[in-house]
Design a protein around this ligand. Structure first.
Ligand SMILES: NC(=O)c1ccc[n+]([C@@H]2O[C@H](COP(=O)([O-])OP(=O)(O)OC[C@H]3O[C@@H](n4cnc5c(N)ncnc54)[C@H](O)[C@@H]3O)[C@@H](O)[C@H]2O)c1
Length: 356
């Protein structure tokens, strides 16, 4: 931590370094902080994308841990460092075990570690499945807003794949001013579709809810399409399904055949991140041998450095950046500290004298 000595000419002096206390923040505390803060989170995501775009972050590639005996599962490490007012380093460690869902427990589970800027010491471990869902939904709502400018604002939304992420995205859209006349729902699992319909009904939406048997009818009848499936490879191939030029939030990244991307305007969160791990943009790059099909990043759209043409579908494929988890995690941490509810683990760092 750096302070200004009031007796000097404004020169900076440094406090002696000290080991920070280590705290654990539960999912209940995270949820308590984030509920009702959707607008603030979207603004925080926007500010973080701008910071990342300006180069005031370090966000190396995510590391995918996969298992020969459990091919559908993975655990991903997302290390990152963020500058600006946030000034924190850290790591999200997030598991995806799709078979959990059949057993009645969520697919994803995660922790976020925050590291102190000056000493490197980890100072907090936060439950992060909610942080992850919130930053993903915040990014989707931000993209829906920016990418639908210059075309009629969508009033018909369709969700393909309706688990936890779809629920968060709907909540973030609703809480940031979107209202829909029509809400389409499609999921391979009737149980998921019914559960999501139940959530929508309880949310008090005025929109007419239709559960579709397939993706085609849903896509054709929606101006805003959200993909939040766990599809490992493309299952939407027919370019004509998007002939009405919808805005597509391709959050699950692997639903669309490369031909669909090549016939659309493509926006990503970070080019190098997104063109990896057999995402649809990665498949499009492999097919064409170049990146010409990309318009740019959402940050470039927001800064006005690129503009989204009307008259084509526009697809947002966000890889999901560790800097977003850090920004939202630090926001939660600061709120918990301010509320006096921080649970510190006494004696967590114990071996602190170098020679005993
Ligand atoms: N890009 C990002 O930043 C980001 C962040 C978080 C999650 N995600 C992705 O979002 C997706 C959804 O996450 P979740 O936690 O809601 O998962 P979930 O398992 O709770 O729900 C996924 C749903 O998709 C359905 N589904 C699978 N294949 C389908 C298909 N071909 N057509 C229709 N429905 C299909 C499943 O039946 C299930 O109900 C995952 O792929 C996850 O990796 C992306």
């Amino acid at each position: 931590m750096t302070t200004i000595d009031p007796t000097s000419n404004g020169s900076a002096i440094s406090d002696p370094l000290s080991v920070p206390p280590f705290a654990v923040i539960s999912g209940g505390q995270v949820s308590g902080v984030l509920r009702g803060q959707e607008k603030e989170i979207v603004e925080l995501v926007e500010a973080t994308y701008r910071l990342h775009g300006a180069g005031d972050s370090v966000n190396p590639p995510s590391y995918f841990l996969r298992f020969p005996d459990r091919p559908s599962s993975r655990i991903i490490a997302l290390p990152a460092s963020i500058g600006g007012d946030v000034g924190v380093d850290g790591l999200k460690w997030v598991s995806s075990f799709p078979e959990n869902v059949a057993a009645g427990i969520p697919r994803a589970s995660a922790v976020l570690i925050l590291n102190d800027h000056d000493t490197g010491y980890p100072f907090a471990c936060l439950e992060a499945s909610i942080i992850s869902a919130a930053r993903t939904a915040g990014s989707a709502a931000l993209a829906a807003d920016w990418l639908s400018r210059g075309r009629p604002r969508p009033t018909r939304v369709g969700f393909v794949g309706v688990g936890l992420i779809a629920r968060y995205i709907h909540t973030f859209l609703a809480e940031t001013g979107w209202s829909f006349d029509e809400i389409g729902v499609h999921d391979l699992s009737a149980g998921s579709a019914n559960g999501f319909r139940g959530y929508l009904e309880q949310s008090g939406t005025a929109g007419r809810i239709t559960v579709h048997d397939g993706a085609e009818e849903l896509i054709r009848s929606s101006d805003l399409v959200v993909f939040a499936t766990v599809a490992a490879q493309p299952h939407v191939h027919d370019v004509s399904w998007l002939a009405h030029n919808p805005v597509v939030l391709h959050v699950s990244l692997r639903d669309l055949a490369p031909q669909i991307l090549l016939a659309s305007t493509n926006v990503v969160d970070d080019v190098d991140h997104c063109l990896k791990a057999n995402t649809s943009p990665h498949l499009a790059e492999q097919l064409t041998g170049n990146r010409d099909f990309l318009l740019g990043t959402l940050d470039e759209v927001m800064a006005g450095r690129v503009s989204v043409p009307a008259g084509r579908p526009v697809i947002f494929s966000p890889f999901g950046l560790g800097v977003l988890d850090l920004a939202v995690g630090k926001y939660v941490y600061d709120k918990v500290v301010a509320s006096g509810g921080l649970h510190v683990i006494d004696d967590f760092f114990h071996e602190l004298r170098r020679h005993g």
